[in-house]
Ligand binder design. Structure first.
Ligand code: NAD
Length: 353
């Protein structure tokens, strides 16, 4: 589809291409919607095969951030940056500072943070040229424990919905991917007395968890053989698809991985199979809730309190899903769109400040 038609159809505000002559920096910033506040979303550095692929990615990711920030109750819109380049080759101080200057040129309409292939060291360079940045080491730090905490509360809400009790004790939970989020999630689950099963493609990640916690390891290629109460996908997206769903023997799916439903219709297939799905972008919002706190004045206790509210949010979503006879992901989208619509209307009158 023509870019302007696509932007009009899905309500995009701005798409900014930039190129730096000195460093060869090439990238695109996309601002989807700023009704609720400045657009916040991370910077992804990826060796895209084509410019087209990069634009499609930034458009999709920026819109996803609008929904995520809206449902999380943050006063933030949605945006994203993609940088086109080889992460092993392009990173220099000058590269990041050149990027920081483009972020600054948007005058606060867009706030950046980390994403795939960008880290706190890179953020420190960007911060030399712009104040519109979050996720710095010296303030909110690593978002993963907060993301894991949000998934944990999403899981407890899902248990309340499915079993009538929010206790995780003795629940069989399968965690796919024990990287930064998965590791922290396992810690919380073990503390609550859940029976935890883990799977990862990297032995060192498995070893780190088995050294510290009483868990059972499941080979990554046999992950769907057993039956579990809860499946927590914390590795990669599109794991819920036509091939995997027939193998599922779970009651609940709740994890941190983004875009786990390969297609929207897979949410309907899960519902028909009696599996309760806690929408990914709702339960994995702990990280963004934590960085938002950085913008309004960092306080980790305050951030923790806000992340726990994911529990109530997930219950609201299940309620809407039942009332409207839609899937939980459709209910989450509804909640996001309603919040944006009503706040836009509330602000339509003139008030002198
Ligand atoms: P990570 O890279 O630290 O961990 C991912 C783990 O998954 C790795 O240990 C990797 O070896 C493993 N893995 C990959 N493919 C696998 C497979 N087929 N089977 C089993 N394990 C596999 O990443 P992370 O920061 O923990 O994030 C996990 C997911 O959550 C990602 O999808 C990420 O986008 C999403 N997420 C993370 C955060 C955050 O705060 N880190 C926030 C929101 C969403």
């Amino acid at each position: 589809m023509n870019k302007f038609d696509y932007m009009a159809k899905y309500g995009y505000e701005q798409l900014v291409y930039f190129y730096d002559k000195e460093t060869g920096l090439k990238g695109i910033i996309c601002i989807h919607d700023t009704t609720l506040g400045p657009a916040l979303g991370g910077t992804r550095l990826w060796n895209y095969a084509s410019e087209e692929e990069a634009v499609e990615d930034v458009l999709r990711l920026a819109r996803g951030m609008t929904y995520k920030n809206a449902v999380a109750g943050l006063n933030l819109g949605g945006g994203k940056t993609v940088l086109i380049g080889d992460p092993d080759k392009v990173k220099t101080e000058a590269y990041w500072r050149a990027f920081g200057r483009y972020v600054q040129s948007l005058n606060g309409r867009y706030i950046t943070a980390e994403d795939v292939n960008t880290n706190t060291n890179d953020m420190d360079y960007i911060a030399m040229e712009t104040s519109h940045i979050t996720g710095l080491e010296k303030t909110s730090g690593d978002p993963s424990p907060f993301t894991a905490l949000g998934v944990y509360w999403g899981m407890r809400a899902s248990c309340l919905e499915m079993y009538g009790s929010n206790e995780l004790k003795d629940k069989k939970v399968l965690v796919q991917g024990v990287g930064q989020v998965g590791y922290n999630l396992v810690k919380l689950l073990v503390q609550d007395g859940a029976k935890v099963f883990i799977s990862d493609i990297k032995q060192e990640k498995i070893d780190r968890v088995t050294r510290e916690f009483p868990v059972t390891v499941v080979p990554f290629n046999e992950i769907f053989k057993g039956s579990y109460d809860i499946f927590a996908p914390c590795a990669m997206g599109a794991i819920i698809n036509d091939e995997t769903i027939p193998q599922f023997k779970f009651k609940i799916i709740c994890g941190s991985a983004n875009n786990v439903l390969k297609e929207e219709r897979h949410g309907v297939v899960l519902q028909n199979k009696g599996i309760l799905y806690a929408p990914d972008y709702v339960v994995n919002a702990g990280g963004v809730i934590n960085v938002y706190q950085e913008i309004i004045g960092y306080d980790s206790q305050e951030a923790t309190k806000k992340v726990k509210k994911i529990y109530d949010k997930v219950l609201d979503i299940f309620k809407i899903s039942k009332e409207k006879q839609i899937t939980p992901s459709q209910a989450a989208n509804y909640l996001a769109e309603e919040r944006i619509r009503t706040i836009r209307n509330v602000r339509s009158n003139y008030i002198k400040r």
